[in-house]
Design a protein around this ligand. Structure first.
Ligand code: NIG
Ligand code: FE
Length: 415
């Protein structure tokens, strides 16, 4: 298939973009894209490709922007129930931490998720997946973390694998058994850390090898915060996971700076996520590493908190910055990377070009997939998004709507 009549082709070619490089769109005019077997075969001048491949089926992009599909590298896609009542409580003055301390928050979703079957979890996730696809996301990372015991956490992994197999959104699972201290261990958090390290993580590995043979192990993530796991506990869990061969992620500095971002960098984690309260020292450590800094601007927005990731400082330090939705029922029920870009332009002070790169090639790097997706280059998977507009800057500039016209996954038109 030859995609032609493109106003701006954003290739994002050249790999993940660090620091001041962020925003290199690789913009081509009068270019066309040849897709075969789900892979991008050639990108070149439109007149030459039309002449060279006269019999190739054509797709007319209608004089609009063509770019890589969005990659969403941080979601909590699978959960049961909702927390609309907590949203209202927060607007009446309660904080997220106060609600969590009184048994709400993550624990309220844990109660609903523990009570749900794998089928129910999948049924509740499907409309979210549809919304992600409709808004131009073709690949997403997705976490467990709402059972905090086995087999519940494994059921969440099972739901993610089955959802990945049944529909078009490509899902990369993360095991987040360390999302919160389960109620059973309220007075003994170290007991839960022991259980995670000695039993649950080895069980996940065994379960994965039996249920997803040949597939790379999922990421292991920890919520490192005053209201969840402290730095020493996070270190123990992540070191154990690393020893078992899992790639690592961390939730750090959403509310308090405990040092989780620097820990992630030291342990060679693929990403460190949230990063609102990250100190200048930790930014320097992170920026000097291969760990991708993932900002989740929907989360402070969802909490009506005026503090966002110090993105400009991360870029000035030479860091790798990506964006994600954090789709979850507590702080950020948002499926749209377009809305994330709009927030990033305003509160992180990114330009549309920087935000687009952070939502594509750098987002792919944040899940270890930058060799395969996140840019349009010969040999890469043909995950392409056609916008309804002819100027890419309308991403960011416009918000609250949907500028996705068509989405291709592995060369197939899926939306
Ligand atoms: O990334 N912070 C921890 N996890 C989610 C919130 C989950 C929830 O409140 O259910 C987050 O913001
Ligand atoms: Fe999260």
């Amino acid at each position: 298939m030859l995609i032609h009549n493109i106003s701006q082709l954003l290739t994002l070619a050249g790999g993940p973009q660090r620091g001041a490089e962020l925003g290199s769109l690789g913009l081509l005019s009068h270019a066309a894209v040849l897709v075969r077997g789900g892979i991008i075969e050639t990108i070149g001048p439109e007149n030459i490709l039309l002449q060279t491949y006269p019999n190739e089926p054509r797709f007319d992009a209608g004089g609009r922007v063509v770019m890589p599909a969005f990659v969403d590298p941080h979601t909590h896609l699978v959960w049961a129930g909702d927390r609309a009542a907590e949203f209202e409580l927060r607007l009446q003055g309660k904080t997220y931490q106060e609600i969590a301390a009184s048994g709400g928050g993550i624990r309220s979703t844990v109660r609903a998720t523990r009570a749900a079957s794998v089928e129910e979890l999948k049924a509740q996730a499907r409309p979210r997946i549809q919304a992600m696809l409709r808004h131009g996301t073709a690949t997403a990372e997705a976490k467990t973390g709402y059972a905090l015991q086995h087999p519940g956490e494994l059921n969440q992994l099972q739901a993610l694998l089955e959802l990945d197999a049944e529909q078009d959104l490509e899902i990369l699972p993360t095991y987040l058994g360390a999302h919160d201290i389960p109620p059973e261990f309220e007075d003994n958090p170290d007991g839960y850390v022991d259980l995670l390290c000695t039993q649950m993580l080895p069980e996940v590995r065994e379960w994965w090898q039996a249920h997803a043979p040949g597939r790379p192990l999922p990421f292991v993530d920890v919520f490192c915060e005053t209201i969840a796991f402290n730095l020493e506990q996070a270190r123990r869990i992540l070191e154990t996971a690393r020893g078992l061969g899992f790639p690592l992620k961390i939730h750090a500095d959403e509310f308090d700076n405990l040092g989780g971002a620097a820990l992630a960098a030291q342990l060679g984690a693929v990403s460190a996520d949230h990063l609102v309260k990250t100190s200048p020292q930790d930014i320097a450590v992170l920026a000097a590493s291969q760990t991708v800094a993932v900002s989740l601007p929907c989360t402070p927005f969802g909490l009506a908190d005026p503090h966002y990731t110090p993105a400009r400082q991360i870029l000035e330090a030479g860091g790798l910055l990506a964006l994600a939705t954090d789709l979850n029922p507590g702080t950020a029920w948002c499926e749209s990377m377009q809305f994330v870009i709009a927030l990033a332009c305003r509160y992180l002070r990114l330009t549309p070009a920087q935000a687009i790169a952070a939502a594509t090639i750098n987002a792919a790097a944040a899940i270890g997939q930058a060799e395969r997706i996140g840019s349009l280059e010969p040999g890469k998977q043909a995950d392409l998004l056609i916008l309804t507009v002819s100027d890419y800057r309308h991403l960011g500039y416009r918000f609250g709507g949907n500028l996705a016209a068509h989405l291709f996954k592995r060369g197939e038109l899926i939306y």
